[in-house]
Design a protein around this ligand. Structure first.
Ligand SMILES: [Zn+2]
Length: 220
């Protein structure tokens, strides 16, 4: 019951604080669900990061498409992108994701991940950005500011990352750690469709608003 009230409050905050923002034409976002296939990512109490990352990406894809964005995914199912015979599966998977991004040539890449920490009390969101790509920091800051405005928990300030996929992106790229699987309450929330929708709503609002700052403004 308590979780329901919190979710309702967060949702109302999100809806009331920002009008629906529609993307400029041709705004193409690639969404990357971290891990997959041979690599489950973090796994806590039977909940795997790879599976939840993909769920969140799919909800975010729908939210962005509903607002007029073109959306592509690096991985569309539970499988990673490396060939099964690859010697180093991680390296091959990352190479395939980077190749896909280069071919798609999007305006923005968003990689979705989940965090862990030895202390179960630690929780919250954190955004990272590609240090060398102009615009990445603006998108990461916009997303984290939007989370903050909507009353979502923040773990730490926005930071640059050397995460391979984001760092070597040909376009602005951000990585979002959407919460801690090691925090029981956050782990439970992250598995709910309503919380995934709240995350998607806020990410979409932030990135489209940030995009408008460098192009024609069209808000309704
Ligand atoms: Zn991860």
């Amino acid at each position: 019951m308590c979780a329901v009230i919190i979710l309702l409050g967060l949702w109302l905050d999100a809806v009331q604080s920002t009008a629906t923002v529609i993307a400029p034409e041709q705004f193409h976002v690639v969404l990357d669900a971290g891990h997959g296939g041979y690599d489950n990512g973090a796994c806590v109490d039977g909940v795997s990061e790879a599976g939840l990352n993909l769920q969140i990406v799919k909800v975010l894809a729908t939210e962005l498409r509903n607002r007029g964005c073109a959306v592509s995914l690096t991985r569309v199912d539970s499988e990673s992108l490396n060939p099964p015979y690859a010697k180093n599966k991680k390296v091959a998977d990352m190479a395939k994701r980077r190749e896909k991004i280069r071919t798609l040539n999007p305006d923005l890449v968003i990689s979705i991940h989940l965090n862990t920490y030895p202390l179960s009390s630690v929780s919250g969101l954190q955004c990272f950005y590609a240090n060398e790509t102009t615009g990445s920091q603006d998108y990461a800051t916009a997303i984290q500011d939007q989370f903050n405005r909507s009353g979502l928990p923040i773990y730490k300030a926005v930071k640059p990352t050397d995460f391979n996929l984001v760092e070597h992106s040909p376009c602005p790229a951000v990585l979002i750690e959407c919460g801690f699987l090691t925090n029981p309450r956050e782990r439970q929330l992250l598995q709910t469709a309503s919380y995934q929708q709240i995350l998607a709503y806020n990410i979409a609002t932030a990135v489209i608003t940030a995009k408008h700052k460098s192009s024609t403004i069209r808000v309704c």
